[in-house]
Design a protein around this ligand. Structure first.
Ligand code: NA7
Length: 536
């Protein structure tokens, strides 16, 4: 029962942490079960990732007719996306529209950071404490905290001494930033750097980019959606969504071949060229053996390197921009005029792969003996991915065990959905689920649907406590690791492995067995009465 006094714990049926696309849909489904739910959100609006990542050029890099909710046909029929890859403001407008349409606002508490979440075995309740000292309790706690939501700020020596403003792409000022007339330094060339660099270059007087690892960047080929294309997709949504769900990454890509090595060089290059022209992440689906055959991988890598050499005028810069690591080992980037931007006179590239950034000085960035002068500093340095948001909250389960301690050597979760010793807690798209290797919104929906069914099962059976069995969890974690070992994806440094964050254990975190296999496993677990979970 809710108490009237704001200082005392407020009791609800479910606390959801996060009002991004996961938290919003979770709230909607919990309402459907008749459960009183409170969603706690650190930001001032809905959207999660799409609320915070407001940097210039921020846009989705998955075709958005498919990077969108499908749980409501009315919603997907009514909403009109204007571009193939809409910008952050449009995606945020979509999130707000969903909150309006399903009347989500009253149950979401904004500007509320969760600091602690503590399980009490006797009352079988979670107590969640916010930064403002407010306490809420509920039998269930669902972490919808996102995979890429805890910004990573490297511990650069002298960072605090910088005289000008410092911006992180994942925490961009709401009112925007005007770089006109400035010397700007951007550190980082992952997706956020790739999208923001061309935009900042158009504004700034001088832009210096610090690159530790060159990435493969496929042109987005963004364009307005044509009316007939939209109606064609809308008319066939169920079939197209089903086709996406049946694909390895849950994405709607044109079909590809089994092996790059099974075809002639000529045919292969024709395929690569057509996907380069088509644009975006579909390049990954050209052949199925990029992550199992080095020879296959090299053909795609060299095709893209040659494209870079063809676009970038200065051969030295082109070689620095040409990636050395395996194609697709790090998250593939999608950009607009990314390589072309290095032909501008006001843009220069500094390679920090061998000589790292030594320090940030009051007036710039020092690499070796050179200080590169800057008036503003942009950190496009990514996230403490997949575990960061959860470990930043002090989550304590049975016998006061801390999640941070339990995950010291890497995350352990059953199906990436729940954690042994943390009863009645679920995580949406947690480590050990396909999550970031798939189209995120369908993956979110699959998890939310599964959790809703599990809660309905408990209600129907009169159960009040659920926890994964330790053995089932260990078996799943071992399987996740075994499958990762079969792929070359786990062989190079990337945020999938935690290698972008100093001191983070090197464990391949997402499940790489494919979306359909994973969904089948989750369904089988549920159908067999939730094998691997114990109930009371
Ligand atoms: P990413 O992809 O993790 O990119 C971060 C970039 O910052 C990357 O180029 C890093 O180089 C670089 N970085 C990180 N720390 C340092 C230090 N200490 N010195 C120099 N450079 C550094 O994050 P994004 O925000 O771009 O994208 C995240 C995801 O969002 C993306 O994959 C999409 O799924 C959407 P590194 O590669 O580690 O050598």
């Amino acid at each position: 029962m809710n108490t009237a006094n704001d200082n005392s714990p407020r009791d609800v049926d479910v606390i959801v942490v996060g009002a991004g696309f996961a938290g919003m849909y979770m709230l909607h489904r919990l309402r459907g079960l008749g459960l009183r739910t409170r969603v706690l959100e650190a930001g001032s609006s809905v959207g999660g990732t799409w609320y915070w990542n407001r940097y210039p050029g921020a846009r989705v890099d998955t075709e958005t007719m498919f990077y969108s909710y499908q749980f409501s046909d009315e919603l997907q029929q009514d909403w009109d996306w204007t571009e193939r890859y809409p910008s952050q403001p449009e995606i945020h407008a979509y999130a707000r529209h969903v909150a309006d349409r399903f009347d989500l606002w009253p149950d979401i508490q904004f500007d509320t950071s969760v600091m602690r979440s503590l399980w009490d075995e006797e009352s079988r309740r979670w107590t969640v404490e916010t930064a403002a000292g407010e306490q809420l309790t509920a039998p269930y706690c669902i972490m919808a905290t996102g995979c890429l939501s805890a910004p990573n700020t490297p511990d650069f020596k002298g960072l605090d001494s910088f005289d000008g403003p410092i911006f992180h792409t994942a925490h961009w000022p709401e009112k925007g930033v005007d770089f006109a007339g400035q010397r700007v330094a951007v550190i980082g060339t992952g997706s956020s750097g790739v999208q923001s660099i061309p935009m900042i270059a158009q504004q700034a007087d001088q832009l210096t980019v610090f690159q530790r690892t060159a990435n493969y960047v496929i042109p987005a080929r963004n364009r307005p959606m044509a009316a007939d294309e939209v109606s064609e997709i809308k008319a066939n949504y169920p079939e197209l969504r089903a086709r996406a769900a049946a694909s390895f990454s849950g994405n709607y890509f044109p079909g590809g071949g089994a092996s790059a090595m099974a075809v002639s060089e000529e045919e292969r290059n024709r395929e690569y060229e057509s996907r380069w022209q088509y644009g975006g992440l579909a390049f990954m689906a050209a052949y199925a053996d990029f992550m199992t055959s080095e020879a296959a991988n090299e053909t795609a890598s060299e095709f893209i390197r040659n494209k870079i050499r063809g676009i970038v005028d200065d051969p030295e810069t082109a070689e620095l921009l040409a990636p050395k690591q395996l194609f697709m080992c790090k998250r593939l980037c999608v950009g607009t005029d990314y390589y072309e931007t290095y032909n501008r006179e006001n843009v220069s590239l500094v390679d920090v792969s061998e000589t790292p950034i030594e320090e940030i000085t009051p007036d710039g960035v020092r690499v070796g003996d050179t200080v590169y002068a800057a008036d503003s500093l942009v950190l496009a340095t990514g996230f403490d991915a997949m575990t960061g948001a959860l470990k930043r909250i002090d989550i304590r389960g049975v016998d006061d065990v801390a999640l941070r301690d339990l995950w010291e050597d890497g995350p352990r979760a059953y199906l990436g959905l729940a954690i042994s010793k943390f009863p009645n807690m679920f995580i949406i798209t947690g480590p050990g689920s396909p999550s970031v290797l798939t189209n995120m919104i369908p993956s979110i929906e699959q998890h939310v649907n599964w959790i809703t069914d599990c809660l309905a099962h408990m209600r129907d059976e009169g159960l009040s406590r659920v926890e994964p069995e330790a053995d089932a969890q260990e078996d799943w974690v071992a399987h996740v690791n075994d499958v990762a070992d079969l792929s070359m994806r786990a062989t190079c440094s990337s945020w999938y492995l935690g290698s972008n964050v100093e001191g983070k254990p090197r464990v391949f975190m997402p499940y790489i067995g494919g979306f359909p296999t994973y969904v089948k496993k989750c369904d089988a677990v549920a159908e067999a009465g939730y094998t691997g979970f114990s109930f009371a």
